[in-house]
Every structure is written in structure tokens, then in C-alpha cells.
Design a protein around this ligand. Structure first.
Ligand SMILES: [Zn+2]
Ligand SMILES: [Zn+2]
Ligand SMILES: [Zn+2]
Length: 137
């Protein structure tokens, strides 16, 4: 069984040619993808709704996660082993390249542990770094 098919099965996601192609696209992408980039790269469908629906399902099952984007577009990256199938568990920084505008997951930079302070309850901590990526340097 091809790897993408195994992944859809493991995450209990409906198997279609498009979804297989989508998993493969995420796996072969070194950074992250916006919905428009996905639409341009996918051959099996051009339908925005189908793409959004698959992305939403993938995110819910913790196969992909939203990452920050330079132009505030919705952008996704593949989750690492840290996420299980019921909830995301991220502890890594994201890097936005100011030249190519791609966003990368930086797994070896962990988020600092920040505690609640004077009545403010923290539910989410994010660390976004900016600069130039290895292929733009
Ligand atoms: Zn995740
Ligand atoms: Zn770059
Ligand atoms: Zn990430």
C-alpha cells in the first residue's frame, strides 16, 4: 500500500484520488502550502470547496496544522509525530521567509514556557520568526 494511502487509513480519513494527491503534496513540500498553491499543484481537482473541505478534515484529524503567513492567508503544514489523532500538540516555532514568503516549521526551536499572569490565562503561545530561508540565503 502506498504511504499516502496508509496515512489516510491511519487518520480515518476518506480515501479519494484527490486526498491521496494532497497527502503526497504535503509530504513532498519542504515548507507549507496555501489553499491557492494547493489548487495550482493538484491535478485531480480544481474545486475550491473540495480542497477546503479536505483541508478542514485533515486539520481536525491532526494531519496538518495552520501556520502563520506573511500575507495572513490560510496556510498549512504537515504535523509531526507529536500530534495524535484527537488533538494537536505543537511546541515548535514557525519561520516566515521575507524573500520567498514561505512559512517553515522549525522543530528544533521549542516555545518558552510562559505562565499565566495577573488574571490573564494563556491558552496558546506562538513564536513566529522572520528572516531569509536556506534557499533564499
Ligand atoms: Zn498538529
Ligand atoms: Zn525563502
Ligand atoms: Zn508547524
Amino acid at each position: 500500500m502506498p504511504k499516502a494511502e496508509k496515512i489516510l487509513e491511519k487518520f480515518n480519513l476518506k480515501k479519494t484520488n484527490f486526498r491521496l494527491e494532497l497527502v503526497e503534496l504535503f509530504q513532498s513540500s519542504s515548507s507549507s502550502l496555501t489553499a491557492d498553491e494547493i489548487r495550482q499543484k493538484i491535478n485531480s481537482t480544481n474545486d475550491k470547496v473540495t480542497i477546503y473541505r479536505a483541508l478542514t478534515a485533515f486539520e481536525k484529524k491532526c494531519l496538518i496544522h495552520r501556520v502563520p503567513d506573511k500575507s495572513n492567508l490560510i496556510r498549512y503544514a504537515l504535523c509531526q509525530k507529536e500530534c495524535n489523532q484527537t488533538h494537536h500538540k505543537h511546541n515548535h516555532a514557525h519561520f516566515i521567509c521575507n524573500i520567498c514568503a514561505k512559512t517553515f516549521c522549525i522543530e528544533d526551536i521549542k516555545l518558552p514556557q510562559i505562565n499565566n499572569t495577573s488574571g490573564f490565562k494563556i491558552s496558546k503561545t506562538q513564536l513566529t520568526l522572520e528572516g531569509s530561508c536556506p534557499s533564499c540565503n
